[in-house]
Design a binder for this molecule. Structure first.
Ligand SMILES: *Cc1c(COP(=O)(O)O)cnc(C)c1O
Length: 336
């Protein structure tokens, strides 16, 4: 099976499962699971932050952070297509009583400063929610958000008294692709959420990193959201294994995505729209999408060619360069 639908589909390797079996455990709600503590400290150190907090999912980690920064009737500025806004069930509004103010992205995925400025609400005016936070995402749909932009946007936020959060679900991809250390990418933000269940290959888990004070607030919300887990070290062990073994190899996913984009570019009926880090976006001849998806699935290749829209193909540690060549050949054969 070659599954290009997402980098969340990776299965824990035998060595990762072994690390999970061997992990010393405690009770993380009581705060004494040694493996969870080790993971939180390791991620905080890599991210250049004071403290870390293990969450069962990136959705909950982002929500815990939003709720640590914002109270009822506060507002956060966020991309129209950002995960925290569009793909997390509206949790900020529903569970956090936080009003999202979505901002239209520029072509490169950034949120233009003039649009942020136009959305900022005047303080001390009861007509408006209180703008409290700017949330960015890196990578965004695979794209690296330029460091100069991040600096300018977070400087702007601080000048206006806003806190800053990074949805860094794939910030390790950004680090490996840019060559910049993780701490440097996280430095402009008060809090950063990092996923271990994407390209890093763990079955479950995200870590939120930030100041001890913000992490203490997020810890309270995590409990309320149902994210307090007991022998969580069995999961944290997988994340520690990923941190130690699966970060540098993300470069392979990026080169496999390049290989995939190059291969697809040579096929009539396919239009490659973009390739960034481990993601390829392509359009397939609309009339052939359904048949192509079915034909590929029949030979063990999972991707969902979207009728009339961009299809996302994602490389990860269970996709090899040979797999990519097989996919390109199969697509060419079925579209011939
Ligand atoms: C996957 C992802 C998350 C978190 O998703 P979960 O499935 O809840 O772990 C957050 N942000 C981005 C950009 C993501 O891709």
């Amino acid at each position: 099976m070659i599954d290009l639908r997402s980098d969340t589909v990776t299965r824990p390797s035998a060595a990762m499962l072994q690390a999970m079996v061997a992990a010393p455990l405690g009770d993380d709600v009581m705060g004494d699971d040694p493996t969870v503590i080790r993971l939180q400290e390791a991620v905080a150190a890599r991210a250049g932050k004071e403290a870390g907090l293990f969450f069962p999912s990136g959705t909950q980690s982002n929500l815990g952070a939003l709720m640590a920064h914002c109270g009822r009737g506060d507002e956060y500025l966020v991309g129209q297509l950002a995960h925290t806004y569009k793909y997390e069930g509206g949790g900020a509004a529903v569970l956090g009583s936080i009003q999202p103010q979505p901002i239209e992205h520029a072509e490169d995925g950034t949120l233009p400063l003039e649009k942020l400025a136009a959305a900022l609400k005047p303080a001390d005016d009861a007509h408006f929610a209180r703008t409290r936070l700017l949330a960015l995402e890196n990578t965004f749909h695979g794209k690296l958000i330029p460091a100069a932009y991040v600096q300018a946007a977070t400087d702007w936020a601080r000048r206006h008294g806003l806190a800053t959060h990074l949805d860094g679900a794939r910030v390790f991809n950004a680090s490996v692709a840019s060559g910049l250390p993780l701490a440097q990418l996280c430095q402009p933000f008060d809090t950063v959420s990092i996923c271990f269940s994407k390209g890093l290959g763990a079955p479950v888990g995200s870590v939120l990193a930030g100041s001890a004070e913000l992490i203490a607030r997020a810890h309270r919300w995590r409990k309320m959201l149902g994210g307090g887990l007991r022998q969580a070290g069995v999961l944290a062990a997988a994340c520690l294994y990923a941190l130690e073994h699966n970060v540098e190899r993300l470069a392979e996913d990026h080169s496999n995505a390049r290989l995939l984009a190059e291969g697809l570019r040579g096929i009539a009926g396919v239009r490659v729209l973009s390739q960034d880090t481990n993601m390829v976006f392509a359009e397939f001849e609309p009339a052939r999408c359904e048949a192509l998806t079915a034909a590929l699935a029949a030979e063990g290749i999972l991707m969902r060619a979207v009728y009339g829209g961009p299809t996302r193909l994602v490389t990860h540690l269970d996709v090899s360069a040979d797999d990519v060549r097989r996919v390109v050949q199969a697509v060419a054969r079925h579209l011939a």
